[in-house]
Design a protein around this ligand. Structure first.
Ligand code: IPE
Ligand code: IPE
Ligand code: MG
Length: 245
């Protein structure tokens, strides 16, 4: 079926959606949480192995304090209201980013649900929270440098696998498909190492509008693409016993 194993989504446009409806920004985030519910359910139904959602970036801490606070409360609400959905659908919840920066009233129930769902096998749902790709790479580089300085690691042994093992996403396959909503054509510090060969799909529609039809279309577009990883199209075809250009 050639489905993406791992889909990553930059859920953008909540604020503009709300503004267009004459609502406060927080209502956009609330509607965004409904889109998260729909998308998690749809990915599980389709049989996606891993779904990673960019919910709050390291840089988002710089937003006005009431918006940050509202987002943290929505996150708490998400963990509470989706508990049954996650556990009942065999979903393992994980989180990446500088999680220590999250307020304890969010971190504690989040970690509890992560632990409760840890042995689930149906799909891995990863929330990127207080997450920045550069920050993650720096943390991994620092940890490797410390090991090398202590004489426990030969720098010559630092290969792609060793580096990837030091990232928050260790153990997850790299994203095959990266989706961004709301018409912005940038990656905004998301999974910088991991998206090296991800296929990108953009929609003008905002995140609160994202539904099963968008997801199906993104997956369909992905399935039409030829992933070459630096090789020629002919080489890729020959590997599956076909010819053409
Ligand atoms: C995405 O929507 C949610 C977060 C970044 C937390 P935005 O809040 O960025 O919405 P816009 O881009 O301002 O419309
Ligand atoms: C990226 O969206 C972060 C999340 C979706 C959580 P932003 O709205 O923060 O990104 P920029 O600032 O437009 O690049
Ligand atoms: Mg935005």
């Amino acid at each position: 079926m050639n489905l993406p194993r791992h889909i990553a989504i930059i859920m953008d446009g909540n604020g503009r959606w709300a503004c267009n409806q004459g609502l406060p920004r927080v209502e956009g985030h609330r509607a965004g949480a409904k889109a998260v519910h729909r998308t998690v359910r749809a990915c599980r139904e389709i049989g996606i192995e891993a779904l990673t959602l960019y919910a709050f970036s390291e840089q988002n801490w710089a937003r006005p304090e009431p918006e940050v606070e509202a987002l943290m409360h929505l996150l708490l609400e998400y963990v509470r209201t989706e508990r049954q959905e996650i556990l009942g659908n065999d979903i393992r919840l994980t989180a990446i980013g500088d999680l220590e920066r999250l307020p304890p009233f969010v971190r504690e129930p989040l970690f509890a649900l992560m632990e409760e769902s840890a042995s689930n096998q149906g799909m891995v749902l990863t929330l990127a929270l207080s997450y920045g790709g550069r920050e993650e790479i720096l943390r991994a580089a620092r940890a490797l440098a410390r090991e090398a300085a202590a004489g426990r690691l030969d720098p010559a042994d630092i290969d792609e696998a060793a580096f990837a093992a030091g990232l928050d996403t260790a153990g997850l396959p790299d994203p095959d498909l990266l989706i961004r909503t709301s018409g912005e054509l940038r990656v905004s510090n998301f999974l910088l190492w991991q998206i090296a060969y991800a296929e990108l799909w953009f929609t003008e529609d905002t995140w609160p509008e994202f539904d099963r039809a968008h997801l199906d279309l993104a997956i369909e577009c992905y399935r039409q693409r030829q992933r070459r990883f630096g090789r020629t199209g002919e080489q890729v075809l020959a590997a599956v016993g076909a010819t053409g250009c």
